[in-house]
Design a protein around this ligand. Structure first.
Ligand code: GLN
Length: 584
């Protein structure tokens, strides 16, 4: 039996009821978030007639900003509104945002420009709503436990993580079921159109996405209501005092000694940071040249804010050498985590497009909607989160638990493996072959194992390594590294080459796309225009000077990036261990 379990038995039994209220609230919120994520890019491509590459870029920027605004939400909550109000405000904003997406998905047929505008407004509202909601709900989990019961926190967060993934699972089941609908095609003689392989041919109902967004909006309203009605009774300290009220009413005795201490930066260093931000912004803007708004404005904002904040913290003169080295460990780990999320977050963009366009999705005769394929991540987390935490407990009791950076290197290595397997399975597919869905399921299984090695421990590592006065800012830096990962995910996802459906479409239009792509034919201006209208690119994507010709090369980009990151992080471990000065 592990230390943790023993300790729990001597303390009050079980978990505070408030944990279940937060669990329920977060579950519905993640239902709303992941349900929408499942269908968002398909909606952009099919209803709002965007190119897949552009949808990937927008998606990456959206996710990235969702991890940038929590800095703001955390700040506003600490100074002005308190956790409770911010959760309610954020929940209502996200529900409103989803409702705007519902509106966008209802009007696009009549007015495409209005629909696009509504989508931008909706995403903006969701980004700010998420900023209010996410940091506040997570920090309330921690504050439910009195000091002497902090050892229960690891289990509490595992339970909370289950809530996240149960919500993701439900959302990714319901929203695709009602929002990502493909119908059989009826022929004039009353029979249905068949494919050469004997299956029914189908066509997507591009008007169905709205129901998925409406479901997401309702889910968020339920989550907000759960919190609103149950908070006073259950989200309380062991003595029954309300938690997360207005900051001026907060009871300081609940905080650990020294915890309330805040970092104070001099005006001079803030001005330097401001200038550095602007300089970095323009550098990134120059490096990421292009015409796309997300690529030239949003991504540079995300990358520069992370670096500026990181620099601002270590410029503080009061840091001791040990503190500085520990902070540097957070930065180094944060850097490697960028590659993890960049590869992991292909789920909602490129992997969904591949599931849609070049995958045989039949499972025991049932054809799974393409946007539902990502459900396997949530399902596997649900199945394996507890076994994994038991595995670590067991290894710990034998003194064999790997240190955090090794676990993270393993996580990165597993991601590389998952893409390596899939790369080899698409190698001989050609333009018309279909990938069997079992390979995508295997990919999500391995990626879930990777997530469980890396994601839950990241935050606790930051907590342990941060000097108290910089803790919340360093969490901010860590979130920003997630944000940078998502932005990179957008850039990498936009490298997706033409898949089977594009070749088929081009053929129907009488254009030899393969010939154009391998430059054996020069397309006419007319043909280029036709391809563009049909959202087909006439050139292959290029990454770091390499042309991506096919899905094999596309997946190998992820193998190389995460594989190299895994090896370097692993090799750095002895050094990082030294720099941690005793923190495990
Ligand atoms: N899947 C988890 C969530 O939605 C973790 C994501 C992350 O840490 N970037 O909260």
């Amino acid at each position: 039996m592990t230390e943790n379990v023993l300790q729990q038995q001597t303390e009050s039994k079980g978990h505070p009821k408030g944990l279940w209220v937060l669990f329920g609230t977060e579950m519905w919120e993640r239902f709303n978030f992941y349900g929408m994520r499942a269908i968002l890019t398909l909606f952009m491509v099919n209803s709002l007639v965007m190119k897949e590459a552009d949808a990937s870029l927008i998606y990456g920027g959206f996710l990235g900003l969702c991890y940038l605004t929590p800095m703001l939400g955390g700040f506003i909550s600490d100074r002005f509104f308190g956790n409770r109000n911010c959760i309610l405000l954020g929940g209502l904003m996200m529900a409103a945002g989803q409702f705007l997406l519902f509106t966008s998905a209802s009007v696009f047929g009549a007015n495409l420009d209005l629909a696009k505008t509504l989508m931008w407004v909706a995403l903006t509202v969701i980004i700010f709503g998420n900023g209010f909601f996410k940091p506040n709900i997570s920090s309330m989990v921690g504050s439910l436990y009195p000091k002497q019961e902090k050892s229960k926190l690891d289990t509490a967060f595992t339970i909370f993580y289950m809530g996240i993934n149960l919500g993701a699972f439900l959302g990714q089941y319901i929203c695709p079921t009602i929002g990502d609908v493909k119908n059989k095609i009826k022929l004039p003689d009353g029979t249905y159109k068949m494919l050469p392989n004997g299956a029914f041919d189908t066509i997507r109902d591009i008007h169905a996405f709205k129901w998925g967004f409406l479901a997401a909006s309702i889910a968020m309203l339920i989550g907000t209501a759960v919190f609103f009605f149950l908070k006073n009774k259950y989200v309380v300290t062991p003595e029954g005092k309300p938690l997360g009220g207005l900051p001026k009413h907060n009871d300081a005795s609940h905080y650990e000694e020294g915890e309330a201490q805040k970092a104070v930066f001099s005006t001079q260093s803030l001005i330097i940071a401001g200038i550095a931000f602007i300089a970095l912004f323009f550098t990134f803007r120059y490096l990421l040249d292009g015409t796309n708004f997300v690529k030239t404005i949003i991504y540079p904002i995300i990358y520069s804010s992370g670096l500026t904040l990181a620099g601002l913290i270590i410029s503080d003169k009061s840091l001791t050498k040990i503190e500085l080295q520990r902070i540097l460990v957070i930065y180094i780990v944060g850097f490697f985590i960028i590659f993890f999320w960049a590869a992991f977050e292909q789920a909602g963009s490129s992997l969904t497009f591949i599931a849609d366009n070049q995958t045989d999705r039949s499972i025991f005769g049932w054809n799974m909607p393409p946007s539902m394929v990502q459900i396997f991540n949530g399902a596997f987390v649900f199945a394996f989160a507890f076994p994994f935490s038991m595995l670590w407990d067991k290894l710990r009791s034998k003194g064999k638990e790997p240190i955090s950076t090794v676990k993270q290197a393993i996580g990165l290595g597993l991601i590389a493996l998952s893409y390596f397997i899939i790369a080899h399975n698409v190698k001989d597919l050609g333009n018309s072959g279909l990938l069997a869905i079992k390979w995508l399921i295997l990919l999500y299984l391995i990626q879930t194992f990777a997530e469980l090695c890396l994601s839950p421990i990241g935050l606790s590592l930051v907590g342990k390594l941060s000097p108290k006065r910089f803790a919340s800012l360093l969490f901010g830096v860590f979130f920003l590294s997630n944000a940078a990962g998502y932005a990179l995910a957008g850039t990498l996802g936009s490298l997706i080459p033409a898949t089977g459906d594009k070749f088929k479409k081009a053929q129907e239009l009488g254009i030899d796309l393969q010939g154009i792509l391998n430059k054996s034919i020069t397309p006419t201006a007319e043909q280029l225009k036709t391809l563009d209208i049909n959202q087909i690119s006439a050139t292959n994507p290029v990454f770091a000077g390499y042309e991506i010709h096919n899905l094999y090369e596309f997946f190998m980009v992820f193998v190389v990036l995460t594989g190299i990151a895994a090896i370097i992080l692993f090799l750095l471990t002895p050094l990082l261990k030294k720099m941690m000065h005793g923190v495990k």
